[in-house]
Structure formats: C-alpha cells, structure tokens
Design a protein around this ligand. Structure first.
Ligand code: UD1
Ligand code: CA
Length: 457
C-alpha cells in the first residue's frame, strides 16, 4: 500500500446532457460503470484511501457501487470543482498526496496516473495536460516566457489570446494535502460561472513558490470526459478496439475487431478463432483451437479445447468439455454441463442439464432438468416435459439410449441404459434398460377408401 497517497474522485455532477434517469457515472463502458473503471485504475496505485464525492440524488451511485473499497462523501450542492474537493479534505491528513480524478473520465490508465503522482514528488504539484487541435471548452494552461505554468484560465474567463492556447487542463492533478487545504480555503467564486474553481489553486501554488510539474499524454481518449451519449459511444468503441488489439496480440484471431465486443474478461487458449459479430460477456474461458462462429453470444461459460460453436448460438453460465459441436442456432441456458464430444445442433435448447460424453442432441429439441448419460442419441423434436405447471421434475436418461424423433418424456421419468424409445412416443413411466418402449396408437389403413370430391352446383 502506498501510505502517502489518497485519491479523490469527483462524481457529483448532474450529467444533464445524458438525458437519463441513471446518474451519469453509472453509465457503462464495457458493461462496467464509468466510475467503477476510474476506481479500478486508482486502485492499482494502492492508495491509502479513495474518496468519492457524489451528489444529491446520487444515492443510487452509492448503492450500486457499495461493494467497492471507497468512502462516500456527499456534496449536496455542486458549487464547483474546488468546493467538491474541499468536501473530502476533512478526511485527509496533511502529509498525504492527493490525486484528483473524475468519475466521467473512464479510460484513464494507471500508468499515466502513476506518472502524475511522481510529478507531485519533491513538493511539486503534478498536473496532467494535453495539446488539442480544438481546445474549446477546456481550461487553458497559461505559461510565462520561461515556459513555467503560472495559472489555469477557464474558457469562459479567458481573453482572446488565452483562448488561442492549445494546451489544456485535463482536470487531473496530484498535490500535497496540507498545501491543497490552505489554497482551497482561500479560493473564491468571483468568476463568470460563480463557482469555486479547483483550477484557481494553480496560481496560488505558483505564488507560494511551488513548481507546477506538468505531464502530458498524447493518448487523448484517456483524458476525455463523457457528457452525452455520443461521447459515451465513442469511448466504448475506443475501449473495445483496445481490448480487441490486446487479444489479437495475445494470439486470438478476430475476423473483424470492429465487430467484436467484450463486456467482461476473456481467457483464451492458443489459436482461438472468433468470427464476426460475437459478444462475450462476464467471465469466459475458451480452450485451445476453439472456434466461435458469427453472431454468437457467450456469457459466463468455460469451453474445453477444440469446441466449435456455429453461427447464431447463445451460451450462458455453462461448462463444456473438449471437441463439442454446438449450433448453428443452439441455446445453452444456465447450468448446463456438457462432457467431451457432445453435439447440440440447430434449434436445440438445453437448460440445467448434464450431458455425458459423445451424446448427440442434433435437431429441434428441448432438454431441461435432465441427467443424460454417454453416447445417447436424441431424435429430432424430442421434448423433456419438465414442468407440470407448478414444479420442475428430473428426467434421467442412461448410457447408450436411443430416443426416436418426436418423443415427449414426461418428468419425473427414467430411461434405462441401452433403452430404445420408439418415435412419436409419450413416455410417462420409466422405460427399462435394453428394451424397446413405445406408446403409439396402432396404424390402420382402409381399403377402398375414396377422397371426397367437390360437389358441382
Ligand atoms: C473542468 C476544469 C477545466 C478542465 C475540464 C476538463 C475547473 C474549474 N475546470 O472544467 O479546467 O479543462 O474540467 O474536463 O475545474 N464536479 C463535482 N462537483 C462540482 C462541480 C463539478 O463533482 O461542484 C465534477 C463533475 O461531475 C465533473 C467534474 O467535476 O465530473 C468537472 O466538472 P465540470 O463542471 O464539468 O468542469 P468543467 O467546466 O468541464
Ligand atoms: Ca466537464
């Protein structure tokens, strides 16, 4: 733990331009709230504490992220960034270095943050800046003729000459807590916005002889804030592209990185191949040489090696062995465990079931609440009738069973090892091992029967 470092994350803004009932910082990048991503980056510096300044109505933020190791500080009125930081100062000792971050700047990296903290060493103030082609809206970094920072001036308070400055304030800074406290005590709100500007501490620091050590980043998405859903979508694309690049460099083939989304974590073996339009969610593991076909969704699943998931399949909360063949158009709902060499074909839904090695469920079938043995062949149109309208019941199918097409297995029911079920059967009682069981009305043919003919008028 870095015992000298305390992080303050500002997250009290309304986020009006999101036009949303959800507080802005809960909007997600890669399915994780922006604020949580900022906290993750801060956490990697091992600070002594992270204080999140949240706003009125931000109770939801606190509730939803209650699992994170931070302390919550209410700023009941948003009187400016300087006022927001002061709310946290009571909890921070003088010898700490305070790192100020923003809950709506989600892609900031821990590498940049650690450079920023280093810039605040030796009684300096570390300031993260960037050069923008269009600096409109940002605070500008004002330097003297020797190139030293003298102040930050906000867009709305800037002179025409200052507006021409391309170097902007990202807002992120690191500074000694004791000094910060003094400076915050002496800033006022006599500016065009009537706010207490955190940026006003820069001029005060310079007056008291503190050097402003700027560090800059050319990685602009890292310092970009989100004010509306267009910016949110832009950063989502950047984030997805970065994940895709990382996976490809780790050896995963992505047929089109622009049509791949990862909302969680993917652990992939060697020579994994992912086709277009795939969405990976939660925690997913793919064994060596797995192939995921176009338009598949995989959420919280573990696949062994050499599994092929063909196009348009949806797999959730399930574990698969090696050499399985899934889809196209297959659906594995939660709590399925498939052993090696299992086949689940088109228009097949499997739920809360175990399927042992080598069994095949190839076409148009529902298997739910089932324990299926090895080398079973399930015919097309088979349905395990697991639900009686009130309770779910178990279907047990032994090894080497053959189930004819269009069969209903009315659970609870057990099919013994080696049993054969005749096509079109409705099985309501246990079927013995090695025997043929069928329930089918007898077939009749009528000799001499004629089709009716249309009467002429
Ligand atoms: C601020 C900086 C500006 C910088 C820009 C970078 C100041 C005065 N200006 O301007 O130099 O270029 O960020 O984006 O700091 N917040 C609170 N409580 C408040 C006010 C703001 O928590 O009372 C939070 C907001 O939720 C937001 C962040 O602080 O995440 C920035 O506030 P905002 O008012 O948007 O500052 P800018 O005008 O963008
Ligand atoms: Ca802003």
């Amino acid at each position: 733990m870095s015992t000298h470092l305390t992080v303050v994350v500002l997250a009290a803004g309304q986020g009006t331009r999101m036009k949303s009932d959800l507080p802005k910082v809960l909007h997600t990048i890669g399915a994780r709230p922006m604020l949580a991503r900022v906290i993750d980056s801060a956490q990697s510096l091992n600070p002594q504490a992270i204080h999140v300044v949240y706003g009125h109505g931000g109770e939801r933020v606190k509730e939803q992220l209650s699992g994170l190791p931070v302390s919550w500080i209410l700023q009941s009125q948003q009187l400016g960034t300087g006022h927001a930081v002061s709310q946290a100062m009571e909890a921070i000792a003088d010898l700490q270095t305070v790192l100020v971050l923003y809950g709506d700047v989600p892609l900031i990296t821990s590498a940049t943050l650690s450079r920023l903290v280093d810039a605040a060493k030796d009684s300096g103030l570390g300031l993260l800046t960037a050069e923008l082609d269009d600096p409109t809206g940002y605070g500008r970094i004002v330097r003297d003729s020797a190139g030293n920072v003298t102040s930050i001036v906000e867009q709305k308070d800037a002179s025409p000459e200052q507006l021409a400055i391309a170097e902007i304030n990202t807002g992120m800074l690191a500074v000694n807590a004791g000094q910060l406290r003094d400076w915050l005590d002496s800033i006022d709100n006599k500016n065009s916005q009537g706010e207490y500007y955190l940026t006003d501490i820069i001029a005060l620091a310079v007056e008291s002889g503190v050097t402003i050590n700027t560090i800059s980043t050319s990685d602009l998405p890292e310092i970009e804030g989100v004010n509306n859903r267009v910016q949110l979508a832009d950063l989502e694309r950047v984030f997805q592209q970065r994940q895709a690049n990382r996976l490809m460099l780790e050896g995963v083939t992505l047929h089109d990185p622009a049509r791949f989304d990862l909302r969680g974590n993917l652990k992939a073996g060697r020579d994994v191949e992912i086709d277009i339009g795939v969405l990976i969610e939660g925690e997913v593991e793919l064994g060596d040489r797995c192939y995921i076909g176009p338009n598949c969704i995989l959420k919280d699943v573990i696949l062994g090696s050499d599994v092929r998931v063909e196009a348009n399949s949806i797999l959730e909360s399930s574990t698969l062995g090696s050499h399985c063949l899934i889809g196209p158009f297959a659906r594995l709902r939660p709590e399925c465990q498939l052993a090696d060499d299992v086949k689940v074909g088109n228009f097949v839904e499997v739920k809360k079931s175990t399927v042992d090695k080598g069994s095949k469920i190839n076409h148009l079938t529902y298997v739910g609440d089932t324990r299926m043995g090895a080398n079973v062949n399930v015919g097309a149109g088979t349905i395990t009738c697991n639900y009686d309208g009130a309770n779910k019941h178990l279907t047990v199918i032994g090894d080497d069973v053959f189930i004819g097409s269009d069969t209903q297995l009315i659970a609870p029911v057990t099919i013994g090892d080696g049993a054969t079920i005749g096509a079109g059967s409705t099985i309501t009682r246990d079927a013995p091992s090695e025997e043929l069981t069928l329930s089918r009305s007898e077939q009749k043919s009528r000799k001499g029967w004629k089709r009716p003919v249309k009467t002429k008028r």
